[in-house]
Design a binder for this molecule. Structure first.
Ligand code: F3S
Length: 282
């Protein structure tokens, strides 16, 4: 069995930075270190961090530890204010690309644009960006989400960093019908775009595609969706234990990619498992 591994599988720049910030903070802190929600969307990494004393917290007001880390996909302005008002020391691990999207949202609001964020309204990154975008802002995952918007004078558009270019393009096209003036910031992260293109390219060449990453990870879920669109059988898994040998009957080539918050050791374990299944070194 031949295995093709994506060159851009695993941790992105922003996730690496957030994890090293967490380890540095806990090394220096004399007490408990918390993260506002899980630091990244990968349960295996989050549990390793917990074992060294970095724990996700639900309620900022209940935190009495040494430092609180802001996760890679950012938080809302109100969460920052709550922490500051409570005298909590914040360590900001927001990815600089997410910060840029927050800054564009703030700028568009100040310039009088109705801000449209293309992405998943339930994702914490989007909720964070939304808090900078003003009350008239809305989130659109598909063009139909703009139906609630009457014709306005100016629309400013930004993207969740991990959304697909196609979705962004579709919503932008719809906005052209709903405003006289449009300003667009393409805030899709390059890492995301390259990873998605590469994953689809591999999926087209293989019989089975494995996409590794947290089920709560939006970018991993989108990678799996894109691979499925190629028509190749695709499985989104978190760990090697989920791999079922039956998936590979008759398969000559298997592709592997992984979300931006998937550590290298999970990918290595998957390769080991595939080795066992195929009974030969791959
Ligand atoms: Fe940042 Fe892009 Fe990763 S926005 S967190 S480098 S996917």
């Amino acid at each position: 069995m031949e295995i093709i591994i994506a060159g851009h599988a695993g941790f992105c720049f922003g996730v690496k930075r957030a994890i090293s910030t967490a380890y540095e903070t806990v090394d220096k802190a004399g007490g408990e270190v918390g993260t506002i929600g899980p630091l990244i969307h990968n349960p295996q990494v989050v549990s390793r961090l917990e074992s060294v004393g970095v724990r996700p917290i639900e309620n900022i007001r209940d935190f009495h530890g040494e430092a609180l880390i802001i996760r890679s996909h950012g938080v809302s302005q109100s969460m920052v204010k709550t922490a500051e008002d409570a005298g909590i020391r914040l360590v900001d691990a927001t990815c600089p690309f997410v910060k840029k999207a927050q800054e564009y949202a703030r700028r568009l609001k100040e310039e009088g644009y109705t801000v449209v964020i293309v992405g998943d309204k339930n994702h914490p990154e989007v909720q964070g960006i939304l808090s900078y975008a003003g009350e008239s802002a809305l989130v659109a995952a598909i063009p139909q989400d703009l139906d609630v918007l009457n014709k306005v004078r100016k629309i400013g558009i930004i993207a969740q960093t991990t959304t697909t270019f196609e979705k962004f393009e579709q919503v932008v096209k719809q906005c052209l019908h709903q405003a006289n003036e449009i300003k667009i910031y393409n805030t899709i992260c390059d890492e995301t775009h390259v990873r998605q293109q590469e994953a689809q390219g591999i999926a087209r060449r293989v019989d089975v595609m494995l996409v590794a990453g947290g089920r709560n990870s939006g970018n991993t879920t989108r990678l799996a969706e894109l691979c499925r669109l190629t028509g190749t059988r695709t499985f989104h898994i978190e760990t090697r234990d989920e791999i079922d040998p039956a998936w590979f009957h008759g398969a000559g080539k298997v592709g592997i990619t992984a979300g931006a918050s998937t550590p290298e050791w999970i990918i290595e374990e998957m390769i080991e498992r595939l080795n066992q299944i195929s009974g030969e070194s791959v």
